[in-house]
Design a protein around this ligand. Structure first.
Ligand SMILES: NC(=O)c1ccc[n+]([C@@H]2O[C@H](COP(=O)([O-])OP(=O)(O)OC[C@H]3O[C@@H](n4cnc5c(N)ncnc54)[C@H](OP(=O)(O)O)[C@@H]3O)[C@@H](O)[C@H]2O)c1
Length: 320
C-alpha cells in the first residue's frame, strides 16, 4: 500500500492517476492526521503503508505572491509539515518521497564548453549545490525560502569544507527521496499547466528555465522507488533548459497557437524583469537551470525539454 499526502492537490492528483492507472493500491491520507503523531503512526500501520509520497505543500493562489500574505500557512505546509513527516516516517522505518521544488535556485551556473549559449549547454545546478535562492541568502520569495527550509527539515545538511560543499544525509536520517519539481506542464489545458498560463497571461516575462513534464515527473519519481535508487535529492526536470520566447515560438507553430492567433491573441513581453516586478509581481521569482544528469545516471530518463514541450502542444487537449 502506498500512502499519499496532498492527494487533493494538482500534483497529488497526478500521482493518484498514475498509481490508479497501474493498479497500484494507494491510500490518500489527509494532512490534518499528522498533527497527532500517534494517530498518524497508527493509521499508517493499519493501512499497511510500505512507502509514502508527500505532495502536500502550500503554493499560494493564484501564485506565489499570495505566500507573502499567508506566511504561517506557507511555513507550516512547506517546512514544518515535511519535518513532522520525517519524524513519523523515521520512527516507523517507513521510506518516503517528498515533492520539493527547483525554485530554491536562481541562475544557470554558467555555460559548459565553448561559450555557446545553445539550449542544453548550460551547466545547471546539481544536487550537490546548496540552494542559492533561500532565506540563508536573504534574496528569495517567502515561498522559495520555505521550500529550502523544507529540504533542511528532512535532515539533509551541508557537509564538507566551504568551496567543496556537499549535501549529505547524516547517519540515522530517514530513508527519503527529495524530488525537485520545476514549473509543471503537460498537454492538457488547465489553469495550473505552465503552457496554459503562457497562453492566458496578458504579458510574459522572458526567462530561461528547466521545467518538468508532469506525467514524466510522476513516472520518474515512482521509478526512483521501484528501481530502489539511492535515497537523496534528485532534480526531476526534462533535460536542458528553455526560454519563454522559445516556448512561445513552439506554441505559435502548433495548431492550438494558430487557433489562438486567429482569435486575435498576441504574445506580448515585459521589457525586462524590472518592468515585470514593477507591474505584475510582489515578490522575486526564481528562474533557474537545473542539471538532471544524476537521475539519468540511474537509467531514469525524461524527454529533452524542447521535444517534450513540442509533443505537449502537438497533442493539446482541452480539460475533461
Ligand atoms: N504546482 C507547481 O507549480 C509546483 C512546482 C514545484 C513544486 N511544487 C510542490 O508540489 C507540492 C504540491 O503542489 P500543488 O501544486 O499540488 O499544490 P496544491 O494544488 O495547492 O495542493 C496542495 C496540497 O497540499 C495540501 N496542503 C495545503 N496546505 C497545507 C498545509 N499547510 N499543511 C499540509 N498540507 C497542506 C492541500 O490539502 P487541502 O486540499 O487540504 O488544502 C493539497 O492537498 C507542493 O509542495 C509544491 O511546493 C509545486
Amino acid at each position: 500500500m502506498i500512502a499519499l499526502t496532498g492527494a487533493t492537490g494538482f500534483i497529488g492528483q497526478a500521482f493518484g492517476r498514475f498509481l490508479a492507472g497501474r493498479a497500484i493500491p494507494f491510500t490518500p491520507i489527509p494532512s490534518a492526521v499528522f498533527r497527532d503523531a500517534g494517530a498518524a503512526r497508527r493509521l499508517l500501520g493499519e493501512c499497511g503503508a510500505r512507502f509514502l509520497i508527500n505532495c502536500a505543500g502550500y503554493t499560494g493562489k493564484p501564485n506565489v505572491d499570495a505566500c507573502e500574505l499567508h506566511k504561517a500557512e506557507c511555513l507550516e505546509g512547506n517546512a514544518v509539515f515535511p519535518g513532522r513527516l520525517a519524524g513519523i516516517c523515521g520512527e516507523l522505518g517507513l521510506p518516503w518521497g517528498h515533492v520539493s521544488s527547483g525554485c530554491i535556485f536562481t541562475g544557470d551556473k554558467g555555460l559548459s564548453g565553448h561559450g555557446t549559449d545553445a539550449v542544453g549547454h548550460r551547466l545547471g545546478f546539481t544536487e550537490l549545490d546548496p540552494p542559492n535562492f533561500s532565506f540563508r541568502q536573504n534574496n528569495c520569495s517567502f515561498y522559495s525560502g520555505t521550500k529550502a527550509l523544507g529540504e533542511e527539515a528532512l535532515g539533509y545538511r551541508e557537509n564538507g569544507p566551504v568551496g567543496n560543499r556537499q549535501w549529505t544525509a547524516p547517519d540515522g536520517v530517514p530513508s527519503v527521496y527529495i524530488w525537485r519539481l520545476r514549473i509543471p506542464f503537460s498537454g492538457v489545458d488547465s489553469p495550473r499547466n505552465y503552457l496554459s498560463k503562457l497562453m492566458r497571461y496578458e504579458r510574459l516575462l522572458n526567462a530561461r528555465n528547466s521545467i518538468s513534464q508532469l506525467d514524466e515527473f510522476v513516472r520518474a519519481c515512482w521509478e526512483c522507488y521501484e528501481k530502489q535508487v539511492p535515497f537523496g535529492i534528485y532534480n526531476v526536470t526534462n533535460p536542458g533548459s528553455i526560454t519563454t520566447h522559445e516556448i512561445v515560438e513552439i506554441i505559435l507553430a502548433s495548431a492550438v497557437g494558430r487557433r489562438l492567433q486567429a482569435q486575435g491573441k498576441t504574445f506580448d513581453f515585459f521589457d525586462d524583469e524590472h518592468e515585470f516586478m514593477e507591474k505584475a509581481a510582489i515578490t522575486p521569482r526564481s528562474n533557474c537551470v537545473l542539471n538532471s544528469s544524476k537521475l539519468a545516471s540511474f537509467g531514469i530518463r525524461l524527454t529533452p525539454v524542447r521535444e517534450a514541450v513540442t509533443h505537449a502542444l502537438e497533442n493539446w487537449k482541452s480539460a475533461a
